[in-house]
Design a binder for this molecule. Sequence first.
Ligand SMILES: [Zn+2]
Length: 367
Amino acid sequence: MNGLLLGRIQGIPIRVNWSVAVIAALLASSLASTVFPSVIEGRSDGAYWVTAIVTTVAFLASIAAHEYGHALVALRHSVRVESITLWIFGGVAQLGDQPTSPLAALRIAAAGPVVSAAIGVSSVLASAGLSGLPGAATLWLGTMNLLLMGFNLLPAFPLDGGRIYQAWLWRRDGDEVAATVRAARLGRGIGAGLVGLGVVQVAFGGFIGGIWSMAIGWFIREAARIEHIGSITAQPLHEILVSDLMSPDPITVDADLPVETFVKDLLRHGRHSGYPVMRDQEIVGLITLADVPRSTPGTTVGDLAIPIAQIPVIAPDATVSELVRVAANRAVTRTLVMDDGQLVGIVASSDLSRLLGVLELQAAHRH
Ligand SMILES: [Zn+2]
């Protein structure tokens, strides 16, 4: 993750992502125009703005302190720390290696929430002795740090709570990979739950809150998926299941949809470059971005789709070595994952080549 280098503490570069500027501006303006005027009335605009800017900077510093907590404990356990980056969802301490014991993993994961709790509790206590804007600002800062702690303690890998859960499973069962796979699965589930919650919020009028829940849920889901793929590569191909590698619940496209509408929809939520095509509740083919230039006015998605007979299909409980056999040397670069005639996922050849690439690297390191 790249970003502007702010400086180094004990050799650890601290960076900020551009997204932080956007969040900081939104936060400062909502504090100055809404939050502080509603609790402390009758101050000048200048006083609200100065307080808001100081509070925003202090909040960003407390996120950095949370990450720095992880980094310090990691260093104590001889785990290299490459950098700390602040970005839109908080911060990330990028570790250079994996902790070598469950206890080290647990301490590193818990250090951030401990720092947030300390800042939160001491700020809330300090605010009791302050009045006016400084009191309101300190109370807000304390509350936000306690919320930050609570959010990070969600057992949704790769959030801190999920890492603590992973370390606990690892210690209990002695199997690091299995612990990561289980924690990552729970993380994906919680991520999906948050996306669902966001949809409900939006439906009931909580637009901004809903979009936030959806974005955070999506982020957790994707991050858990990447960690998951990273951890399963420690296993040989015949032990990895297709269900671990696939993108679950792919977005499908109706065969009768005009290609123009399909392209327009893609601009809004198209994250992939291949989509299964449905007609009468059945999968009839697959459309990829590469097919779209062949369209003429009036063409439907069904006209351009690659027919189902030409697409490799596999079951979710098949192994990745079987997937390699099924998908190898096929012109179509995506394999549909079907369970009892139901589409449950899709595997792109890029998923497979990423996995194979990591396995090759691992093999190279072992020799
Ligand atoms: Zn953390």
